[in-house]
Design a protein around this ligand. Structure first.
Ligand code: UD1
Length: 389
């Protein structure tokens, strides 16, 4: 790949992060921009959508992310208020710094809010992880994905199916570039530093006989509103997890939303068993270690479906759909929905035969961020020269 120098008069790239799944996507992009010769200037803006130490600062440390240049401190609120507040506080940043473009990642409320502000001011918006679709408009993230992609100027995709989704929505192919998966850049970069699972399991209070159990352990994360916000969905899910834990000890890394709902609905007794460790949200290196040593992952997270595919660890996704179909077609992922029988059957199959083998998808090779840096430079130069819109 030939690298073109960043024109000094172009201004910085404003890089936006807001919530936990953004951090592991942005870290390799900032590294690639810094390594570009000469370095691409950046301004890191944290909207403050996630603010707890466990959900934010700790991940910055684990991922070696620089401290944000600006923190908008928006915090938690309804979707409307949170999105509006990010927009209101982000606009003056663009007025002051006059960036070359705004770069957003993923599908959280901050992603859409900052894209809207940029494009309405005539500043190009660049979306990393574009084109993923669950075709489930009940998911807040799906609305964020569709709207961000419609108005952003440059779209970077992680799998080829995403380009097809964008084409069907009428987005011209010239706006799209398939670069691979920056989340896997982070995974490969930090893999060596990940924590030994035994240390995390012992710290979680599992007795040594469980830590050394031949069937291993499973890792659980659940945080989608559709799974955890109503008692009628959360209670049966926790009941199934307890049944699973009788076959395989489980480590449950609890999102604050899930922890709060377990308490609110009085369900703590359901998960009070020595075979299930209820942990706070884990650091990046701990989660990576836990995942790499797991027999199975049970999750409703998007990122974990991809990370388990990259690591070759079987994943049972507690959702009816996924916006990341390549993890099913090529990877180790299986959709089990909220069906208790399907979850138990999935675990049994994995315990009996090891589960899906899978392979690592194209361009999930640790170099996606480098491709973005090279393409962004070319694209902005061509845009300035009037060669593209
Ligand atoms: C957000 C993203 C979701 C992503 C998830 C990862 C949207 C629409 N959703 O969902 O795509 O998968 O992050 O975690 O952007 N809270 C804390 N501390 C925090 C942050 C949140 O306690 O640092 C609690 C608050 O009670 C808050 C709730 O968690 O109301 C939900 O937080 P919010 O940012 O609204 O959405 P997430 O469920 O985290």
């Amino acid at each position: 790949m030939t690298l073109r120098p960043w024109p000094v008069d172009l201004g910085p790239v404003v890089c936006v992060v807001g919530a936990r799944p953004n951090f592991m996507k942005m870290a390799p992009i900032l590294r690639a921009f810094a390594a570009h010769a000469p370095a691409i200037p950046t301004l890191l803006v944290h909207t403050g959508q996630h603010y707890d130490r466990d959900m934010s600062d700790r991940l910055f440390e684990d991922l070696c992310l620089p401290r944000p240049d600006i923190n908008l401190d928006v915090g938690s609120a309804s979707h409307a208020v949170q999105t509006a507040e990010v927009m209101r506080r982000f606009e003056p940043v663009l007025d002051e710094h006059r960036p070359a473009c705004v770069l957003v990642v993923g599908d959280v409320n901050s992603t859409l809010a900052c894209t809207l502000v940029a494009v309405k001011k005539g500043i190009p918006a660049v979306h990393v992880e574009a084109g993923l679709r669950s075709y489930d408009r009940g998911m807040p993230e799906e609305i964020n994905r569709v709207l961000t992609d419609q108005v952003a100027d440059r779209l970077y995709t992680t799998e080829r199916s995403a380009g097809g989704n964008l084409a069907r929505e009428g987005i011209p192919g010239e706006r799209v570039a398939f670069v691979g998966n920056v989340m896997i850049d982070s995974l490969l970069f930090h893999r060596e530093r990940s924590q030994a699972p035994a240390a995390v399991l012992e710290a979680a209070g599992f007795p040594p006989e469980i830590v050394a159990s031949p069937s291993g352990y499973g890792v659980v994360t659940l945080h989608r509103p559709s799974n955890v916000d109503q008692r009628e969905t959360l209670e049966p899910l926790l009941t199934v997890l307890r049944q699973v834990s009788e076959k395989l000890p489980l480590v449950f890394a609890l999102h604050p939303r899930t922890r709060a709902n377990i308490e609110r609905f009085g369900l703590a007794d359901l998960v009070a068993t020595p075979r299930m460790a209820m942990l706070p949200p884990q650091g990046y290196l701990e989660m990576l270690g836990l995942m790499a040593g797991a027999t199975v992952m049970l999750t409703d997270s998007g990122g974990l479906q991809e990370e388990t595919t990259a690591l070759g660890i079987p994943c049972l996704t507690v959702r009816e759909n996924t916006e990341r179909p390549i993890t099913i077609e090529q990877g180790t992922n299986t959709l089990v929905g909220r069906d208790g029988a399907a979850i138990l059957r999935g675990v049994d199959e994995i315990l009996a035969g090891g589960g899906k083998r899978g392979r690592v998808p194209e361009y999930w090779d640790g170099r996606a961020a480098e491709r973005i840096a090279a393409d962004l430079c070319d694209w902005l130069l061509a845009r300035r020269a009037g060669a593209n819109p």
